[in-house]
Design a protein around this ligand. Structure first.
Ligand SMILES: [Zn+2]
Length: 84
C-alpha cells in the first residue's frame, strides 16, 4: 500500500513515533502548568495509544513540564482529555 505523503505527522513525545493529527492530543506546559494547546507558544503531542498507558504518559509529562508533580499533571491531563 502506498504511503500517505500529504498528511502532516507529528511526533508523540511518549513513544517518539509519528502520527497524523487526528490521532494526537496537543498540549502545552507553561511554568509546570499543563493545559490544552490554545494556539500560541510551544506545544507537544501525545498519541492516543500512549494516552492509555499512564506510566509512560506520566514520565513524558514530567519531562515536558519539567515538573515532578506527577499526580497534579495526570489529573489535569484527564480533565483535558475529557473536554476534548
Ligand atoms: Zn505515543
Amino acid at each position: 500500500m502506498a504511503k500517505n505523503f500529504y498528511r502532516p505527522t507529528r511526533m508523540c513525545v511518549a513513544c517518539r513515533d509519528k502520527h497524523t493529527q487526528e490521532n494526537l492530543l496537543r498540549l502545552r506546559c507553561i511554568d509546570g502548568e499543563l493545559s490544552a494547546f490554545s494556539g500560541v507558544g510551544r506545544s507537544f503531542y501525545f498519541c492516543k495509544v500512549c494516552l492509555d498507558d499512564e506510566k509512560k504518559i506520566a514520565k513524558a509529562l514530567m519531562r515536558q513540564c519539567r515538573s515532578g508533580k506527577k499526580d497534579e499533571l495526570m489529573s489535569k491531563l484527564k480533565e483535558i482529555v475529557i473536554n476534548e
